[in-house]
Ligand binder design. Structure first.
Ligand code: PLP
Length: 418
């Protein structure tokens, strides 16, 4: 008789997963920790060990684990209706609320199930609209892992025709704090890509997430917006991680006062329920593929549970001071870290804004996730950078606990890898 996974130990669950699952999932799945419950910023594993969740499922968990109002909204919706091919009051209501809060001109929303799906849709939209095929992207960018599947679908089901295969034009990402010529180099790269022609869109994360929680050099986004407008290429902001309060604002783009053509959303939008969305203008949305029935629909996109979850996140952000707190807790975290580990020889800097904090290391970080876990901390690791994206509900005491424990865990990591 097989025992249910929840009655297994951490090591048994990890053993089961490593025998039965491909590496295609995630290296974190191989670590011997099986989380089963949480409250706020704290989570527990099957053996009842406590962890401070400083990564929030890569930024998905905005309201924290087990938020009572969010849970109640989901429970009510599950018992009412999960599946409908028709209109739903929560979807219309949410769409109206979000476009009202979005940067000016973005008055149309389409729903998807993941960030990658929404990125795909944004690219398809840009290629159709401009009749061009290149996409300018930046070193260190992460926009998803799916390969484009529209090419494989019978063109009959793709109103407006099948998209032509896109080609990436890669440019340097001018991160804040890079030497001044880093920004000039990035500008040169973009101008050269636009000069080569056929650029449908320039897609950029206002703060690179997987790229290490690195902010863009101030002013670059506005410059990019201007050169895109001049060229006719669309500006797509990938705000899958940065939107919904993580940086202290509903949209990170608001800080630069730019008006992108498209914003891509996902992750924290529904606090862990799978979602993705594309915000654009009704002008762009009026033409195929968005403007044709079925041109861009997706089985689970905008399902009642996802929109109720998204609406519950918006309720929490608009009725509490969570966004302001994110900015404050982020500053407290960064200044605490600067004080305790800022001059550590293994630390190359403290980056990010709001509750997107990066700690680039001068040492290898492959063992970091495991070492930090053994200190009761969940962190993200990209290359040599530790990523901290906790739920927005993190308290000052938890920030202080995180700062102190990160110092200890870093010491342990340094002694392990030298
Ligand atoms: C900035 C960004 N865009 C897009 C994606 C893809 O989202 P998903 O994994 O939901 O497909 C991610 C995922 O981490 C991301 O960080």
């Amino acid at each position: 008789m097989t025992r249910s996974a929840v009655s297994l130990s951490n090591a048994e669950v990890a053993g089961l997963e490593s025998r039965l699952m491909g590496y295609g999932t995630s290296a974190s799945y191989r670590l011997p920790v099986a989380l089963v419950r949480g409250a706020g910023t704290v989570v527990y594993d099957v053996e009842d060990r406590r962890f401070l969740d400083l990564f929030g499922g890569a930024g998905r968990c905005l309201l924290g684990h087990g938020d009572p109002a969010f849970t109640a909204a989901l429970r009510a919706q599950i018992s009412e209706l999960l599946v409908s091919r028709y209109c739903h009051p929560a979807r219309g209501r949410y769409a109206e609320r979000l476009v009202h809060l979005a940067p000016e001109g973005l008055d149309h929303i389409s729903f998807f199930s993941t960030g990658s799906e929404a990125v795909d849709a944004a690219i398809r939209l840009a290629c159709h609209r401009t009749r061009r095929k290149h996409v300018v992207v930046f070193d260190g960018a992460f926009h998803g892992r799916t390969s484009s599947v529209a090419d494989l679908t019978d063109p009959r089901w793709l109103p407006g025709g099948a998209p032509s295969a896109t080609t990436a034009r890669r440019c340097r990402y001018p991160a804040e704090g890079d030497p001044a010529d880093g920004c000039a180099g990035a500008r040169d790269d973009v101008l050269m890509a636009l000069r080569d022609g056929d650029v449908a869109a320039v897609m950029i994360e206002p703060i690179q997430a997987t790229g290490g929680n690195r902010c863009l050099t101030p002013g670059f986004l506005r410059w990019l917006s201007a050169v895109c407008a001049e060229d006719g290429a669309l500006l797509i902001l990938d705000e899958v991680v940065t939107a919904f309060g993580r940086t202290g604002l509903l949209f990170a783009a608001a800080a630069d006062q730019v008006r992108p053509d498209i914003i891509v959303l996902g992750k924290g939008m529904a606090n862990g329920v799978p979602v993705g969305a594309v915000l654009t203008s009704s002008v762009l949305a009026a033409v195929p593929p968005l403007g044709s029935p079925g041109g861009m629909s997706s089985t689970f996109g905008g399902n009642p549970l996802a929109v109720v979850a998204s609406e519950s996140v918006l309720d929490a952000l608009s009725t509490s001071d969570l966004m302001r707190r994110a900015a404050l807790m982020g500053s407290r975290l960064r200044s605490g870290l600067a004080e305790t580990i800022g001059s550590h020889p293994a630390v190359a800097g403290i980056t990010g804004t709001g509750l997107m904090v990066g700690i680039p290391l001068r040492i290898r970080a492959d063992a970091a996730e495991r070492v930090f876990l053994s200190h009761g901390l969940l962190v993200g690791v990209s290359g040599r950078t530790l990523r901290i994206n906790p739920p927005l509900v993190i308290t000052p005491a938890e920030v202080d606990e995180a700062v102190a424990t990160i110092g200890d865990a870093l010491g342990a990591l340094v002694s392990e890898v030298g």
